[in-house]
Design a protein around this ligand. Sequence first.
Ligand code: GLV
Length: 324
Amino acid sequence: MGKAKVFVTRRLPEATLNRLAAHCELEIWDDFMPPDYATITEKIRDLDGLLSLLTDRVDAELMDAAPNLRVISNLAVGYDNIDVDAATERRIPVGHTPDVLTETTADFAFALLMAVARRIPEAERYILAGKWRTWHPTVLSGQDIFGATLGIIGFGRIGQAVARRATGFNMTILVNTEENRDKIAEIGAVEASLEQVLRESDFVSLHVPLTEVTQHMISEAELALMKSTAILINTARGSIVDGAALYKALDRGDILAAGLDVTDPEPIPREHPLLTLENCLVVPHIASASVATRTKMADMAADNLIAGLSGVPLPNCVNPEVYT
Ligand code: GLV
């Protein structure tokens, strides 16, 4: 039997690719931009494995175009780009890359929170615009982080890691979650309803996965509950927040500011209204982007892929029911 055939939808670190090449015949998509859906469908026809990114839609139709497909390995912790139910029906295991990015992503959520609270990007624009003429008692005053109330929505690995950081800033931490409720008190946080989190927090940070339930969970009504001095931070998925409602709330001053690592759509178009606002910091989905973490994620995705091709359970499988 020849080597298994695999399509990797972007160039990964060389060491990871070399390791994969020892196990399978690789086709690597070398462009900076992702392959489009039609291209992946074409490439996948006689493949045994797919190493996908969060920019690749992997749906039932795509799976049906690949009768030999034995494993899908997504280089991300989130997997809303994959129809996992369709994969499970076809008994295809789906891998992802949890844990290794938790602390890096929590660091970044906090960095975004602090940058927006203390208006760092605005302050740089101020200098570049030639406006720094003297020290002034009120110019570019922001919000205190120390001692403020942080609302965390979703208490998976990353939500908990953000909470741990917040304890160092002596923050009051309110948590709204369906999972890991037993961990809340352990970290020194307090459980709260969604309404209480929105009403009482100075910062609201989102850490739920994107599902049919969480899509637009922060919309006009929820933003209306927030303090006019509150700051919204989203490092989860863009469409958890209704972008049009957020624009209105920021523009009218219903909330103070937002920091977004994720947007809907991605990439955010250059002419998107959110990009016209001084009080909205948008960055291009980079929360897990440290050199060390992205390297570990690539290795983990390779481990999942190799396991799937070898017919052994994936070390990090989102649909382990395929093995029962
Ligand atoms: C990034 O957003 C990921 O899901 O890994």
